[in-house]
Design a protein around this ligand. Sequence first.
Ligand code: MLC
Ligand code: AMP
Length: 511
Amino acid sequence: MSETQGIDGILANGSVFALFERAAAANPDRAFLVIDGAPLLTYGAMLAETGRAAAWLRSIGVHRGERVLVQVNKSPPAVILYLACLRAGVVFIPLNTAYQEGEISYFLSDAEPALLVASPRLPGETVSFGGTRVLVDAELQAAPWAATSEELPVIRTAAADAAAILYTSGTTGRSKGAVLTHGNLSSNVVVLGEAWRWREDDVLLHALPIFHAHGLFVALHLALLHASPILFHERFDAKAVIGDLPGATVFMGVPTFYTRLLTEPSFDAALCGHMRVFISGSAPLLDATFKEFEARTGHTILERYGMTEALMVTSNPYDGPRVAGSVGPALPGISLRIVTRDGQRAPLGKPGVLEMKGPNLFAGYWRNPEKTAQDHTADGYFISGDIVTEDEAGFIWIVGRAKDLIISGGYNVYPKEIEMAIDALDGVAESAVIGAAHPDFGEGVVAVVARAPGRELDAAEITRALASELATFKRPKKIVIVDELPRNAMGKVQKAELRGLYKNAFVPAPV
Ligand code: MLC
Ligand code: AMP
């Protein structure tokens, strides 16, 4: 095991794993992952196991700086593999388990990983990709490092070294990999721990997926930084969460988690008696949800705002009043500015695009300097694409998006990508994909598809054809076939008009 350093030393120049090692070494007997009330691993065992897993990675030829592409269900061995990569200086690339073949082959050719960890989709199917070494999920579950006796010490990465790459789709329809460094991850988790007053006796209930920033870098990292027990749920299930809440102190979720909890009649204040804080992010939390949650539990949800490229950026205060509808002020160390269409700083209360800079800001898009340059200003601010206002107290309010994006249940869906897939289908002239209010997912995907002259189209056929191309959450939940799309005088498709026409696509008509 490496000699432990102080937090400042690690932050300035070190691996984020060194922060976790420091906490775990001081609390080796504390439970790390707890499943169904049974402690599975202690923090001491986590250290030993990640050491063996890191040694095993090296023994199969996966070296520092190389990439591991992972698409597996959330499980304890998947967490160990992630931590082993951090420990070994190997770059971890998690993929949403909903991604389909068409999407995965793009990620494989773009990332060029030294190892692919994946699950076969059908019984008896093998996973292979060119010459890339493959580990299937069943092998991962058997902990292939179990027989390894060596423990690889924590590799002394520099703060600027890549720790992970997270793919995010974009307005061009092409996914790009955001490169997050050890310094990004370390600085953000330390800032959040202070902002949310993380306590020695906190217990985290973790029900988020671990292939996105929220579940991986916010929830998991905060527990690891403080060696806090994690009540580990493989997926979000409202009843299972309710079952574990009495033993937890911290819960994090996307707004859909909160609306689903509120639909459970048994969810009440007594269940939350032990809870210290509920945190929401990744999508807008409705005022109504905030208020209903407060009335039902006595807790005000703490809403924060972030994005893959910049991790967590703003947060409502832990101590001060948490304002419904606002995402709070900038977190310490992060500079924000709001810029209008003409490139000027927006006056207080006036909308503009939020730009940001700080130690949280990613290192750029993987092998894509043009896109990296396009999304930054000349003086190094990242252009978020979120339209916001700032009030006199410095609180940020998200009022719109300059990017054509739908957020469904906390997952981003870029219409361009869906339109490209639909437009490639036989009989389609063109399509427009929009978001409409959805009672469960916040926004739901609607596709308005214009048939080619003289052709017939069937919505169910389109859905079937998209299945191998697009992840389930990206597939339109409603498809409307039309003769043509509305256009303005310049010939541009009028998405605003379509949004108005189909705004009730998922809202049951009043009886
Ligand atoms: C699942 N489905 C979705 C969906 N999730 N459709 C739209 N949007 C989603 N988010 C599909 C399923 O595939 C299924 O399709 C159908 O909807 C019903 O599935 P379900 O059983 O209700 O879904 P469930 O498995 O319960 O998942 C819902 C969920 C999940 C809300 C629990 O989506 C989830 O865990 N979301 C969290 C996303 C997240 O972690 N985001 C963080 C991004 S980081 P079919 O066709 O089979 O019926 C980030 C930065 C930041 O944004 O600031 O945090
Ligand atoms: P992602 O690319 O998945 O990281 O998504 C980032 C986007 O999610 C941001 O640019 C915002 O549009 C949105 N987002 C994150 N947190 C919030 C929030 N609390 N309220 C509204 N939108 C949010």
